[in-house]
Design a protein around this ligand. Structure first.
Ligand code: MN
Length: 312
């Protein structure tokens, strides 16, 4: 799949050594239960990205100049457990190189591996889970690495904040922390939810963004579209505030299930990704020399958990 750079950016901005950002595509769709096709998500996302303007008006920036290295896609998918394991290893490998690591799925079980990697590295991690679905099942259809279980592990060992939820099974109530859940039907009438959610986020936050959190009117191409979702500008307003107030350590975007006849979802995903990067890097000088070797002092306030002999 990888014949080009991310978004067709010039090679000088796409080298691993000098890139601050790493993008890992995970074209995986092993456990989705309804519409298949999330394995085609990364390719559609990358194609849409090539057709997008790389200057961001709002932040007055060209974030790609910080360097975005596109890795080979993670294609190992013999079992859901094996996929999660390799995603975990790959993600951690690039965090360890001091990169800002981002992942494009694939279905949501991919995030079990990404969250595990970030949680092993960053202390007091918040996982900000933006999704239509609670994804809190301990296991589903015989596996704990099912998309319906995407944040069960995070619910047990991170500070999990859930936003946009409007579909769940009754048994998930026993796992859910209702004080840290912002249901779609509540946020539509409550304009204090953003401040409340941000107050509950610790300094280090990883964002796992399931695209079905968006309203299907603006993002229909996803495996399980649910009515009553988030809209573009309110989502950006929230994300912008999170990036401003907190230390976002990385993010993933999952569940794009492309449709040949409907390209706007692909484009929304591409734009969302670029917006999030733009918010992350808007105040950083892209010309500043970048040191890609792991050094604790480079990670101002990131509180790495790595042992010195951790072998990556
Ligand atoms: Mn979902």
């Amino acid at each position: 799949m990888k014949t080009k750079t991310y978004a067709g950016i010039p090679d000088e901005y796409a080298k691993l050594e000098t890139s601050k950002i790493v993008l890992i595509p995970v074209p995986y769709d092993g456990t989705s239960t309804w519409q298949k096709g999330a394995d085609k998500g990364p390719k559609a996302f990358l194609e849409a990205s090539e057709n997008m303007e790389l200057y961001d008006i709002e932040t007055d920036s060209e974030v790609y100049k910080n360097g975005i290295y596109l890795t080979e896609p993670v294609t190992l998918n013999a079992t859901p457990e094996a996929m999660v394991d390799v995603v975990h290893q790959e993600t951690k490998k690039y965090i360890k190189k001091n990169k800002f690591v981002t992942i494009i799925g694939g279905e949501h079980s991919v995030s079990i591996g990404t969250i595990r990697a970030f949680n092993e590295v960053f202390q007091n991690l918040t996982v900000l889970h933006i999704d239509a679905h609670a994804d809190l099942r301990k296991s589903y259809e015989g596996s704990a690495c099912n998309h319906a279980c995407a944040v069960y592990e995070a619910s047990q060992n991170t500070n999990l904040i859930q936003v946009g939820i409007r579909s769940m099974d009754v048994q998930e109530k026993s796992v859910m922390d209702f004080d840290k859940t912002y249901f779609a039907h509540e946020i539509v009438t409550d304009d204090t939810w953003m401040d409340s959610a941000i107050d509950q986020i610790t300094k280090n936050v990883f964002i796992t963004f399931d695209l079905d959190a968006f309203d299907p009117s603006i993002l229909p191409s996803t495996g399980t579209p649910e009515p009553g979702g988030l809209f573009w500008y309110e989502t950006l307003e929230f994300l912008k505030e999170v990036f401003k107030e907190k230390n976002v350590v990385g993010f993933d975007i999952v569940e794009l299930c492309p449709n040949e006849n409907e390209k706007s979802s692909d484009f929304l995903a591409a734009k969302l990704y670029y917006k999030m990067l733009s918010y992350k890097f808007q105040n950083q000088d892209e010309e500043e020399n970048y040191d890609d070797t792991y050094e604790e002092s480079n990670r101002l306030g990131n509180y790495l958990k790595f042992d010195e002999d951790d072998n990556y």
